[in-house]
Design a protein around this ligand. Structure first.
Ligand code: CO
Length: 285
């Protein structure tokens, strides 16, 4: 067994998204343009309505998946597939935009804490123009497993025989939310074929002898196991892994394709009202 070392440490920095929402971005920045198959990671977290109330009004996506995990708050999702989603604390949403989706994500609260993550997962060329799909699950549906000093929510993939609610066939994503008691150590097998990262969002932790402060993303190096230790105040982090696609990435705003021509086509289709081709069924509960 080889523990995966720390390959790169990326402190998140604040950017403004949507209609003026403050987010901490780590993947999708100059320090870490992407981590195949992951294109972007935004951590939103604020108890100041001025920083989130404007939300994310109607906008398009093509060529990838958005994976949203709500930690606190309430967001309403509407999309061109006809879905209306209610994302509440602890709930998760997987939206395969693929050939094209236009959606909005708007806060349903005027005060209190709004906190969560949005991860963009790339699709292989063969799936980029496939039909959109949508999965959404509330907190109650998500398996929660306790280990020594640890509480693990399994959003996608498998942990210790527990299968997460989200099914991600193209890149086989593992997505865990792990809370550790003060000083607790946590490990699991994590095969070498998948790129992986950790993002600490409460407390602090140590990975392979290096301290990870809050709002820090750690890219994991090669190995077949993952190990981490919480600091004196405990730690909470997400651990995410996925199979790399190894394909060219051409990204322009909300469109992620393989070539420049495909990006131009996406803009043309959006302008001509042709971005949305099909409606998709919604699964979840
Ligand atoms: Co969006």
């Amino acid at each position: 067994m080889t523990l995966r070392p720390l390959s790169q440490r990326v402190p998140a920095f604040e950017v403004t998204e949507g209609a003026g929402v403050t987010v901490h971005r780590s993947i999708g920045t100059p320090a870490l343009k992407n981590l195949d198959p992951f294109l972007m990671l935004d951590h939103f977290g604020s108890d100041n309505p001025d920083e989130y109330i404007a939300g994310f009004p109607e906008h398009p996506h093509r060529g990838f998946i958005t994976f949203t995990y709500m930690l606190d708050g309430h967001m309403e999702h509407r999309d061109s597939m006809g879905n209306r989603g209610d994302l509440k604390a602890g709930g998760v949403q997987w939206m395969k935009a693929a050939s094209g989706v236009i959606h909005s994500e708007m806060p349903q609260q005027t005060d209190g804490l709004m906190r969560g993550f949005q991860l963009w997962i790339n699709l292989p060329a063969r799936d980029k123009l496939s039909d959109p799909a949508y999965q959404e699950f509330s907190a109650a549906a998500i398996p929660e497993v306790t280990a020594a000093g640890a509480r693990v929510r399994v959003l996608a993939g498998e942990y210790n025989g527990n299968r997460g609610v989200i099914d991600d066939p193209a890149t086989d994503v593992l997505y865990l939310d792990v809370t550790l008691d003060a000083g607790a150590a946590f490990s699991l097998p994590l095969d070498d074929s998948r790129n992986a990262f950790v993002y600490v969002f409460e407390g602090d932790a140590r990975l392979a002898g290096t301290a990870l402060a809050r709002h820090t993303l750690a890219v994991l190096g090669k190995g077949d196991a993952f190990g981490i230790e919480a600091g004196a105040a405990g730690a909470r982090f997400i651990l995410v892994a996925g199979r790399p696609l190894g394909e060219p990435v051409v990204q322009y705003g909300p469109f992620v394709m393989n070539t420049r021509e495909e990006i131009e086509q996406a803009f043309a289709d959006y302008r001509d009202g042709q971005l949305v081709r099909t409606r998709a069924a919604m699964t979840g509960h």
